[in-house]
Design a protein around this ligand. Structure first.
Ligand code: CP
Length: 316
């Protein structure tokens, strides 16, 4: 594997998941693979799970890690080409990416969308520039449009917990108080549609995701009907794709509650975290026996590890 920017970089999702489970059983089985190599982790935005799970995965493979929190610890970065840099940004992405490449064999980058310029966000402008100017194998730690390491961990969790060959998976929009990216929802749909699952996406009218990510899923605007017979309910908020970045609803009747979960087939609750309690999901559901949020968090380690392993094998 040369890069991991989306599910499109994976030839066979089932094989990748199986390999991740082998690493989960024996995390130190390839402890020397990364010896003498350095993974750079570059964050333009905050993170808890991604930064810790990816470091732990790297550690299991014998990799050294270098971490950079751009905007907090580094110079503000200019990402546009051909501009006169007389504003706040003190360093251009061209040099910054080139410098990362001097110190690192592999790079992981997190860069959220602007939620203002849809074309730039959906063209993955920043990620593409880092790939171009660094020339290093690149892993998405969540980009403007997708979060593939999260989705891989989510698919692993579904495969571990499914009780029938073709489970019903429901991705439900849930309320929030600020505009959030579409990345986790896009990515979850894209990955689940590459597995043997039925996918239903439920949201208030107007929250349709970009159809290139959801082709093959059933869209249901009635959340109660969507939950009927579900094996897994995955809650996530996202802002509108059209008008881009808008909050169209804060309807708290979409909060996932125990009453709603009773419509499912004794279904599991999933969320990528962080989650706002009693806004997106009630305490009762999140703290209950059907909540898989910590299973998902644990699987983030082995999702990152299998990707790093395949990239290191390609480097050899
Ligand atoms: N789920 C996830 O990516 O968490 P962080 O934003 O904390 O990394």
């Amino acid at each position: 594997m040369q890069q991991f920017l989306s599910v499109n970089d994976v030839a066979d999702v089932s094989q990748l998941v199986e390999e991740a489970f082998l690493l989960k059983q024996n995390p130190w089985s390839h402890a020397h693979l990364g010896q003498g190599k350095t993974l750079g982790l570059v964050f333009f935005n905050p993170s808890l799970r991604t930064r810790l799970s990816t470091q732990k995965a790297a550690w299991h493979l014998g990799l050294h890690t270098l971490m950079m929190n751009i905007n907090q610890e580094g110079w503000a970065i200019e990402t546009r080409d051909g501009v006169v840099m007389d504003q706040a940004a003190g360093e251009h992405i061209k040099e910054a990416a080139g410098v990362f490449a001097q110190y690192c064999d592999l790079l992981g980058v997190r860069c959220f969308p602007s939620l203002v310029d849809r074309e730039a966000d959906y063209n993955e402008t920043v990620m593409k520039k880092i790939a171009l100017y660094s020339g290093r194998p690149l892993i998405s730690l969540e980009s403007a449009t997708v979060h593939p390491l999260q989705s891989l961990a989510d698919v692993m969790t579904i495969m571990e917990k499914r009780r029938r060959a073709r489970p019903k998976v429901v991705l439900t929009w849930a309320p929030q108080v600020k505009a959030l990216p579409q990345a986790v929802a896009n990515s979850f749909a894209q990955w689940v549609l590459r597995t043997d699952c039925e996918l239903v996406i439920t949201h208030p009218p107007g929250y349709e995701l970009n159809p290139s990510f959801t082709q093959g899923a059933r869209i249901e605007h009635d959340q109660d009907r969507a939950f009927e017979g579900a094996d897994f309910v995955y809650a996530k908020n996202w802002s509108a794709y059209e008008p881009y970045g808008a909050i169209l609803s804060e309807d708290r009747s979409w909060t996932v509650s125990e009453e709603k979960m009773r419509r499912t087939r004794d279904g599991y609750f999933m969320h990528c975290l962080p989650v706002r309690r009693n806004l997106k999901v009630t305490d009762e559901v999140l703290d209950g026996p059907r909540s898989l949020v910590l299973n998902q968090a644990l699987n983030r380690v082995y999702a990152a590890q299998v990707v790093l392993k395949r990239m290191l094998e390609h480097l050899r």
